[in-house]
Every structure is written in C-alpha cells, then in structure tokens.
Design a protein around this ligand. Sequence first.
Ligand code: AMP
Length: 283
Amino acid sequence: MPVFASARDLGAFLAPTRTHGRRVALVPTMGNLHAGHFSLVALARKHADIVVASVFVNPTQFGPKDDFARYPRTPEADAAGLAAHGCDALFMPAVDEMYPFGAADGVRVHVPGFDGVLEDRVRPGHFDGVATVVSKLFNLVRPDVAVFGRKDYQQLLVIRRLAVDLAYPIEIVDAPTAREPSGLAMSSRNQYLDAGQREGAAFIHDTLRRMQAEVHKGAVSHAAIEAEAEARLRDKGFEPDYAAIRRADDLGLPAAGQSRALIALIAARLGSTRLIDNLLLDE
Ligand code: AMP
C-alpha cells in the first residue's frame, strides 16, 4: 500500500482512477488505529472502488489543555494495519503540507449551530479545527465518499452540515461504534487507561443503556435521568462533563415528553483520560 506525504503525489496516484470513473472513498483519522478505524475502512470499501485513509494529528482541533503533544503516534503500525485491512493508499501529511501558512495563521472554517453545545462548551474551538482540517482533506483528496464514526456524534453532525453548506460533492457515510466485549467504545485514548480503569470505563456504556431504558419507561423527566446518570458516574470515580439526552438530528433540547429520535451522550474524565460515547435511543 503506497504512503503519500504530499497531496500532489496522492493526486497523481488517484488520477487514473478518476478518469475511469471509479469512486474514491476517504477515511480521515488521527492514527493510532484500532478495530473501530478498520471497520470504517471496510465500510468505505462497500461504497467505493479505491479507499484512501488519512493519518494526521491535527493541531488546530486540540485546545491548550488537550493532549496534542502526548497523543499516541504509531505511523508504522498504522500503515501495516491499513494494508492488512485492504486499504489502497495512505495519506500521511506533515503539518506544513496541511497548513502552508502555519497552523495558527491559516483560514478557519466555522460551522454554526453548535455554539456552546455539549463538546463545544467543554472544548471551545475544537470543531473549528475539525471543520478546517476536514475541508482541507476534502479539497486535497477530492473523494466521492467520506466515512466518519458515530462515536464522535457531534463531529459527524458538524461535518454533514459543512458538506451541505460548502456544497462538497461528497457523500458522508456514518459508521456504527465498534466496542470492546465489555461495551467500552474503542478509542485511541483507551490506552491511557490502566487495567483497572479500562474495566471501569465500560460503566459509561452501561449508563447510556440505563438512560435509554429510563427514557423508554417515561416515568421521570429527562433532566432527572441526566442528573441521576451524572451522579452514578461520579459515584464510580468519573468526573462527568455531561450526561445528556438530546434530539438526534441537531443535538437540540427535546420537547417535554419526547421519546423518539433521541440520543444520549456522555463525556467524562477517568483519571486524566477524557472519554466520550453515545447511544441512539431508538436503536
Ligand atoms: P480519530 O482517529 O479518533 O480522529 O477517529 C477517526 C475516525 O474514526 C472518526 O470518524 C471517528 O468517529 C472514528 N472512530 C473512532 N473510534 C471509533 C469506534 N470505536 N468505532 C467506529 N468509529 C470510530
């Protein structure tokens, strides 16, 4: 599997594909790949003839207190894993390939609609970084399809809106969350957890399921369900940023008594590791 640091070289590799009218899929990642990422590659394969993955730890989506410097970087293992999972090419650019004016001084893309909502409240500016780098990847790779995980649900909504509003001729496909047998959502950040924390982290998924059951019972308000979920998380040693029940289509507040088309989302710290997960409540 060829690995390209330069978008121009990737473009030359893809040119014959385009002239033959074959579809190109892009799977953007930050590397340190796991089975969740590889499930995106497999899904991409169903939607396209050529699958390109990208590995780029994007500085502009990390806040000053985030883990940019210590984010796990495993380029050789990522390339080997992608090749083993049938990926056709890997785009692994350096920062100056993606940010020719420097990461701090480049154009920023802002997608409205989520200001102060959930992740944006806790990580202001994060989605500007995501929308900016995804726009650049779309322009550099020019895929027909791009695949994103539902694990990062708010990111998925931001990207869907970005693609529509900036008129990218790209189909956005979303992939279900790959989980450990315990229910813990797979994540590159799980490796920060020690063995005990890793076992305990499955409690996030348990709590989402409990929130789902409570919503379906309909006995108490969403606010009460959220408060109980946060209390249970605290009890188990988590520091929750939120445990929230929102409309699945736009993360707005549900109407009183609404029980369909909802999603439960949790973000919580366990030790110094921040974990996020969600569950579509109709599932
Ligand atoms: P990341 O490398 O964490 O930026 O993730 C790259 C892509 O993989 C994003 O679209 C994520 O939503 C997706 N992803 C991450 N973890 C999982 C998972 N456990 N299951 C499915 N997709 C995932």
